[in-house]
Write a protein that binds this ligand. Structure first.
Ligand code: NAD
Ligand code: DAU
Length: 349
């Protein structure tokens, strides 16, 4: 099988792991990484595979409808794996329109390009939309998000992702576009931009900066190692049933404060600091507006129907992740200069 696969957002955190997996595992496929290289996109994430003969980078913006059709036509695209998005909840609170433009309009631009380019032969094509568990809203303790849980997004970010999911399903229903959607829980691992909880805490501990915990730190997230998400995307891309939705998660719930304490202890050991030293940096700050209390995915469908399961326990994954950040100081310096400083001082003022 030879396929031309367009992966959007491939220079970002999850996208770079998906691109790497597909480039290495499927030498017969041509992989086209389309990314606008926003503050979150970084080609250094892909240095190890950029010379591969089946890898191609296209700098383009999904908000540009004409460019999306041109990219599909010029590269004879058979399948799209769509990850490009504005992905940070806090930024969606200060600038919701950016999320409407990229996550909603950008996704519809791609859907239109696929519908137009594939209009005479939908057979064998696939539009794979990568979404989030946040579309289901905020959970109280005791229950889980199922694929059938009604949508109830609570932040501008999750509302924009929910809207894009609805458009994907509407294009299947109306125009018979072959689609699949996955909704995944919180990812962690190498290459995550340090605006997100885990890399932000690691970076601040290393530099002995305050550790800003929102509210009381009691909000709960369900964490999955990013490579396991990429493996799940591979499984769904190849074996998922067209038209279906699959939830992806690791059955791995943590209160934020427990994660922060764990990272402090691990780094105290690795940096040979006194046990408890880094915890003194914990600073409780004003809560995120409309902060969702808990996310927890029931991933039984993808596990039983497609045989996927996480490969790493959290303790192993967080240790590997911390080692990666310690060994890649240059990467962190590169992404925390310039715009990041401005964002950080405005957001955490
Ligand atoms: P990220 O912010 O690290 O990367 C997003 C990428 O998209 C960047 O490379 C950026 O340059 C690119 N991009 C942004 N706007 C673009 C535009 N207009 N045109 C082209 N490219 C653009 O995000 P991530 O954390 O890797 O998330 C990837 C996808 O997975 C998103 O759709 C997100 O909603 C979803 N998701 C993320 C998580 C998570 O925990 N991070 C969990 C579930 C789902
Ligand atoms: O659930 C999947 C989602 O997970 C993805 O769709 C999003 O793209 C991704 O950003 C993530 O959203 P969260 O809002 O859960 O992730 P974040 O890392 O921003 O925050 C995790 C938790 O930590 C959340 O409860 C807020 C809290 N937090 C976050 C930051 C950045 C803090 O307490 N302090 C912080 O400085």
């Amino acid at each position: 099988m030879k396929k031309h696969v367009l992966i959007t957002g491939g220079a970002g955190f999850i996208g770079s792991h998906v691109v790497r997996l597909f480039v290495n595992k499927y030498p017969d496929y041509q992989i086209f990484n389309l990314d606008a290289l926003t503050y979150a996109g970084n080609l250094r994430n892909l240095e190890d595979i950029e010379e591969a003969p089946n890898y191609h980078f296209i700098k383009a913006d999904i908000r540009d409808a004409a460019a999306m059709l041109r990219v599909m036509e010029e590269n004879a695209i058979d399948a799209v794996i769509h990850l490009a998005a504005e992905s940070h909840v806090d930024r969606s609170i200060s600038d919701p329109m950016a999320f409407v433009e990229t996550n909603v309009i950008g996704t519809v631009n791609l859907l239109n390009a696929a519908k137009t380019y594939w209009r005479d032969a939908m057979e064998g094509k696939l539009f794979y939309h990568v979404s989030t568990d946040e579309v289901y809203g905020s959970l109280e303790d005791g229950s889980f998000f199922l694929e059938t849980t009604p949508y109830d997004p609570q932040s501008p970010y999750s509302a924009s992702k929910a809207s894009s999911d609805h458009f994907v399903r509407a294009y299947r229903n109306t125009y018979h576009l072959p689609v699949v959607i996955t909704n995944c829980s919180n990812n962690y691992g190498p290459n995550q931009f340090p605006e997100k909880l885990i890399p932000l805490m690691i970076n601040n501990i290393i530099h002995k900066k305050p550790l800003p915990v929102y509210g009381k730190g009691e909000n709960i997230r369900d964490w999955l190692y990013v490579v396991d998400h990429a493996r799940a995307i591979d499984v769904v891309f190849h074996h998922g049933k067209e038209g279906e939705t699959y939830n992806i998660g690791g059955f791995n719930e943590w209160k934020n404060i427990d994660i922060v304490n764990l990272i402090c202890s691990i780094l105290d050991k690795k940096l040979k600091r006194a046990e408890g030293e880094s915890k003194l940096l914990i600073t409780y700050v004003t809560d995120r507006a409309g902060h969702d209390h808990r996310y927890a995915i029931d991933a039984k469908k993808i596990m039983t129907e497609l045989g996927w399961e996480p490969s790493l326990q959290f303790e192993e994954g967080i240790d590997k992740t911390i080692d990666w950040y310690l060994e890649n100081e240059e990467w962190m310096l590169g992404v925390t200069s310039g715009e990041y400083q401005k964002y950080y001082s405005e957001h955490y003022k």
